[in-house]
Design a protein around this ligand. Structure first.
Ligand code: ATP
Length: 784
């Protein structure tokens, strides 16, 4: 598509290029401090977006050291130099700690080296130390230039021409220790590594009735420890920000022995490497082991994860996050004026935002100060809303109060899974059951969906029944696609028999449709006049009322890993293009986001109609690419993107047109996309969203207490969704207008805004929409 193409979104490309041309500008990109998975995706995005807007982009190898040393350490990047790095962990341009850059002398050398290439735009990917260094460099820039002029190393003209240095930071750090962003690049991948290890340890620990003390990274930040503890339902967690109360030694041993008494065969204790007690004394994994052995005599092992957490391939989330941030960073550099402070591109709920770099660094340092001064509540608060939320949820689900301390509500709340299985469903059921019990309800499990409901497959479910469920894939309760419609009579009878006062429906579009049907049938069956809440759970991510549904992240990771493997299968052979079909019904979420994360050349989806001209231009584009050093092409196709342009058709078309240049293979990914074990995100998301759903149910039931209230209004049948960082309950009656029932998708889908990003990074001359604020419209509903 070029600027004059009538199919280009109206005026956006021209407008974009007018305002944001990078012609004549040079951007330097470096990675610094500890490496993190996803840094390569960020480098790739900076290089490709930079080239796209007409700028020159330079790699600065080995972090600040390369900048100080200059020479071959600063080299111009081209489009192909970042090919095939999206799936590679670490950083291909190297990272280092550099003492010289901490001195003015070193920074003077660095400035001189940048000026030799005309680089006045710097994109730094690293932790708070690296970003502090970048900010200092920017502040000193004009002074450094004058000194270089005085030394005769540059002339007066250069001082004027290169008067300002623009700096943009991206936080690459597995610890998620940077204030101002919900997620740093690498954190999600590190969680993947930790959870893989925990899943493996759980099987062996279970065989031997062992206790495992697992130490994870985080010298100053307990994010990895906390989220891993939530994701695996750990017995105990130690964090730097929230030290255990005095007397914790005894409390922990009581808890471990209680869990053993409940027939739990293993105990998992997670320790952040920087864990401390309230007196700021370290709590080490060895110390915990000694305590468990001496007090309880349990067979106890310590596993220190160390650098494993930095390793491996980046997760789908990190690839997408880093790609979006890299693109945003280039826009920020192009928009920078001499008065713009150095900024950091960060993630705020569903938006990529730019924040003043030094304010974020200051906030990050404030957390450390609060911990040093033993103001731990402040430390948790400063870490942000999501951290405090995670901590509360963990505490609620980990510790069961004795029965006699829970005031009973005499309410029965039932949980059901509906539709195809989605990873995270079991975590959601576990959380609902435990929160429900803690709230004083009697919890009922309905087996095998509405079919089982009609047949009376309903049983009380207890706190320990759901132990160990977070890490299990599929649906333990059993799930079916059957809608309640024809069974309403039987279901109403069962509701009467079991005195069901509220229903939590965990599932995909069928769950939403069931809630709509049940709401409509309230006039005929007064048993249905109860609070009904839908927790969206489907890999397709097509439920109205939410930007993300449970299971989609796991599925995306499976798709991305499979694409990596498929691409690798062709190494050493001649040029090859893979056509890969993804699931999702009419919803193109998986194809689109999978394409972005796997570095696809095209992704065909139903929501963006395409015709033979598009297919032709894509084939030609790929053929052109294959004439370079590029060896492999990847094309994703959503299963229902077109009735006639089937996977076979596209495969045959590419095969024919690519003759002599590349050959073609096709893969239909099928049910493997439902994933095995849930991703860390889905475990946590399921846990947290279900806890919120139960809070809503409890509040509704409280309204009705003692009044035998019948719920008849629209606001008592809701979908619980995520929208722009917030959790929202939307009545299904309202959502109906936003639904395309024929194609089972919401009429508006946020992720379509990311379509151009994939195309730009795949070298299409696509257009790019910039929002009013000058920023890209990004959506990532990460934190609940
Ligand atoms: P991580 O989170 O992995 O520790 P980081 O970016 O915080 O990453 P640091 O070792 O603090 O890692 O910093 C990396 C490099 O950034 C340092 O080796 C140094 O070159 C530079 N740097 C850090 N702080 C400063 C500073 N105050 N002034 C100048 N340069 C600095």
């Amino acid at each position: 598509m070029d600027a004059d193409d009538s199919r280009a979104p109206k005026g956006s490309l021209r407008k974009f290029l007018e305002h944001l041309s990078g012609a004549g500008k040079a951007i330097g990109v470096l990675t610094s401090g500890g490496d993190a998975q996803g840094m390569n995706a960020a480098v790739r995005a900076v290089v490709r977006m930079g080239i796209y807007v007409g700028a020159k982009v330079y790699f600065i190898y080995e972090g600040y050291q390369g900048m100080v040393d200059g020479g071959a350490n600063i080299a111009e990047a081209d489009w192909e130099s970042v090919s095939s790095i999206l799936q590679v962990g670490g950083t291909i341009i190297g990272s280092a700690r550099c003492q010289a850059f901490r001195t003015r002398e070193g920074r003077l050398k660095a400035a001189c080296n940048l000026l030799q290439r005309g680089i006045t735009n710097l994109c730094v990917i690293g932790g708070d130390g690296s970003l502090t260094g970048a900010n200092l460099f920017r502040k000193e820039w004009s002074g450094l230039l004058e000194e270089l002029a005085r030394n005769g190393q540059i002339d007066k003209e250069a001082v004027q021409k290169y008067a300002y240095l623009n700096v943009v930071g991206m936080v690459g750090s597995i610890d998620n220790d940077f204030c101002g962003t919900d997620m740093t690049i690498g954190t999600d991948s590190a969680l993947h590594r930790i959870i893989e290890v925990i899943d493996a340890i759980m099987t062996t620990a279970q065989s031997h009735q062992r206790t495992f003390v697992l130490e994870v990274m985080g010298r100053h930040c307990g994010y990895l420890a906390l989220v891993s503890a939530l994701a695996c339902g750990a017995d105990w967690v130690f964090l730097p920000e929230s030290p255990p109360e005095q007397g914790w030694e005894e409390q922990m041993c009581v808890k471990l022995s209680e869990n053993r008494a409940r027939k739990k065969r293993l105990n998992i204790i997670i320790v952040a490497e920087g864990a401390i007690d309230t007196q700021n004394k370290p709590i080490t994994s060895e110390k915990i082991k000694e305590l468990v052995v001496s007090q309880l005599g349990y067979d106890t092992r310590v596993t220190i994860l160390g650098h494993v957490q930095r390793g491996g391939t980046p997760s789908a989330f990190d690839r997408i996050l880093a790609s979006r941030m890299g693109v945003e960073a280039v826009i920020a550099l192009l928009e920078a004026t001499p008065d713009t402070p150095a900024c950091v591109v960060s993630l705020n709920g569903n938006h990529a935002v730019r924040l003043p770099l030094m304010e974020c660094v200051q906030m990050t340092q404030d957390v450390q100060k609060a911990m040093d001064e033993r103001r731990f509540q402040d430390a948790v608060r400063l870490r942000g809303r999501s951290f405090a939320g995670n901590l509360n949820t963990y505490k609620r689900l980990a510790i069961k109060l004795p029965d006699d301390q829970i005031p009973k509500t005499n309410c029965n709340v039932a949980v059901i899974n509906v539709g195809a299985p989605a990873a995270g469903m079991n975590a959601a059921v576990r959380s609902a059951v435990r929160v429900g019990i803690a709230d004083g309800h009697r919890m009922l499990a309905i087996y095998d969906g509405f079919d089982g409901f009609a047949k009376g497959q309903i049983k009380e479910i207890g706190w320990t029944d759901v132990g160990g469920w977070t890490g299990q894939g599929g649906s333990i309760l059993g799930t079916k696609r059957i809608l309640p419609g024809k069974y309403l009579e039987e279901i109403a009878t069962q509701m009467r028999t079991h005195s069901i006062n509220a229903l939590l429906i965990i599932g995909g579009f069928e769950a939403y449709k069931s809630a709509c049907d049940m709401a409509e049938a309230r006039g005929r069956h007064q048993e249905l006049c109860i609070p009904l809440c839908v927790v969206p759970a489907t890999i397709s991510n097509n439920v109205p009322g939410t930007e993300i549904s449970l299971g989609a992240d796991t599925s995306l990771n499976v798709i991305v890993q499979t694409c990596d493997r498929i691409k690798q299968s062709a190494s050493g052979t001649k040029r090859r293009v893979f056509i890969i079909e993804t699931m999702g019904g009419y919803c193109g979420y998986l194809a689109n986001m999978g394409g972005l994360a796997a570095g696809a050349d095209a992704a065909y989806i139903f929501e963006e109609p395409f015709d033979i001209r598009d297919l032709q231009s894509n084939v030609e584009h790929l053929t052109e690419k294959m004439k370079t050093t590029i060896q492999r092409g990847l094309v994703l196709r959503n299963e229902s993107c077109s009735e006639n342009y089937t996977t076979d058709f596209i495969y045959q078309l590419y095969s024919e047109e690519g003759k002599g240049v590349f050959d073609c293979r096709k893969n239909v990914l099928g049910h493997m996309q439902q994933g095995g074990a849930p991703s860390p995100f889905d475990r946590n998301f399921g846990t947290k969203i279900s806890a919120r759903a139960m809070e809503w149910i409890t509040a509704k039931l409280k309204e009705a207490r003692g009044r035998g209230k019948k719920f008849t209004t629209d606001d008592s049948v809701c979908v619980l969704g995520i929208s722009k960082r917030n959790v929202i309950f939307q009545p299904v009656a309202e959502l109906k207008q936003q639904t395309d029932f024929e194609h089972r998708i919401p009429k508006e889908q946020w992720w379509l805004k990311l379509r151009p990003l994939m195309k730009i990074l795949a070298k299409y001359k696509a257009s790019y929409d910039v929002s009013d604020s000058g920023q890209l419209e990004h959506v990532q509903p990460w934190s609940v």
